[in-house]
Design a protein around this ligand. Structure first.
Ligand SMILES: NC(=O)c1ccc[n+]([C@@H]2O[C@H](COP(=O)([O-])OP(=O)(O)OC[C@H]3O[C@@H](n4cnc5c(N)ncnc54)[C@H](OP(=O)(O)O)[C@@H]3O)[C@@H](O)[C@H]2O)c1
Length: 276
């Protein structure tokens, strides 16, 4: 018998997960609360279950509450939901933010709710596509053990792969994705500019980087970061590294600083490899 689920924030994530559970998971959406009635109606139609509402005081009790509102709205929504008096002692409440821990749900925990966060690590830009592709999605989970005992199987049912995260380091956890995804783009942008500085047009620069980057990424996921490292610092060719640093710094101060910082971290990896 599925547990009842209230969704506060039927946006990209709320709609996607709601649709997956409504299609036969262990949670049954009963109400979807958005700020505007039209948006709530659209979310309920997409999910295929649940009644649309646009204020918290219209909500009925449920076994599980998912708060899929923007991160900045979470503290206020948690406080307002606690004030509404609908969340019963023993109910499970969770949010989906990667940047905030379940601590932000403290007003609800004080009422006796079991609070957690479950952060699905994927882009939900297109909910219809995300629902189809959700199978195999890693989810970083942390919080009250009673909440996780219910949420882990509920996410596993719809294809999630749950991994425990230390709540005290949730912000650093979230930075991992920023390093691997956002800052990788930034590094490639710097590399493209370096080729351009040497007279290569931007389009050729990107095409020249492609096999290098794909090969490196394949090596990292096949052998790990320590074994995948190549280049002057890995070889102990420090003269080349110092010359390169000076040339980059002369060309662009910021890129020079970046090169120096990356060189130090790269030397650490090289040392790890030599000692391992
Ligand atoms: N998007 C992603 O790829 C992604 C990936 C992993 C995790 N997350 C996390 O998932 C959560 C939701 O993100 P999202 O991208 O789904 O956001 P979103 O598409 O912007 O949707 C947010 C929803 O929350 C509703 N809302 C906002 N303030 C509200 C309030 N005070 N009371 C009730 N409803 C409110 C909005 O209603 P209206 O439509 O009426 O404005 C909207 O339906 C965030 O914590 C985010 O960090 C997002």
């Amino acid at each position: 018998m599925p547990r009842t689920l209230n969704i506060i924030g039927g946006g990209k994530v709320g709609m996607t997960l709601g649709r997956l559970w409504a299609a036969g998971g262990s949670l049954a959406p009963i109400q979807i609360c958005n700020r505007s009635p039209e948006s709530a109606r659209q979310a309920a139609a997409f999910i295929g279950a649940g009644a649309p509402v646009d204020t918290l005081d219209q909500m009925e009790p449920a076994d599980v509450w998912m708060l899929a509102v923007p991160d900045d709205a979470l503290p206020a929504v948690a406080a307002a939901l606690a004030g509404a008096g609908t969340v019963s002692e023993g109910a499970v409440v969770f949010h989906c933010s990667g940047a905030l821990s379940s601590e932000v749900l403290a007003p609800l925990a004080r009422l006796g709710a079991a609070c957690a966060s479950v952060h699905p690590i994927r882009s939900f830009a297109d909910p219809a596509q995300a629902a189809v592709a959700f199978d195999g999605t890693f989810c970083g989970i942390e919080g009250d053990a009673r909440a996780l005992a219910l949420l882990e199987p509920a996410f596993t049912d719809i294809g999630g792969r749950c991994v425990a995260v230390d709540a005290r380091h949730k912000t650093v956890y979230h930075a991992a994705a920023v390093f691997a995804s956002n800052y990788l783009v930034t590094l490639l942008d710097v590399a493209q500019h370096a080729y351009q500085k040497a007279g290569v047009d931007p389009d050729h620069a990107l095409r020249m980087l492609e096999p290098l980057v794909r090969g490196t990424v394949d090596n990292v996921f096949r052998a790990g970061t320590t074994q995948a490292l190549t280049g002057p610092i890995a070889r102990g060719d420090l003269g080349t590294a110092v010359r390169q640093y000076r040339a980059v710094k002369d060309w662009d101060e910021q890129y020079g600083n970046l090169y120096k910082q990356m060189a130090k971290l790269t030397a650490d990896i090289a040392r790890r490899r030599r000692s391992g």
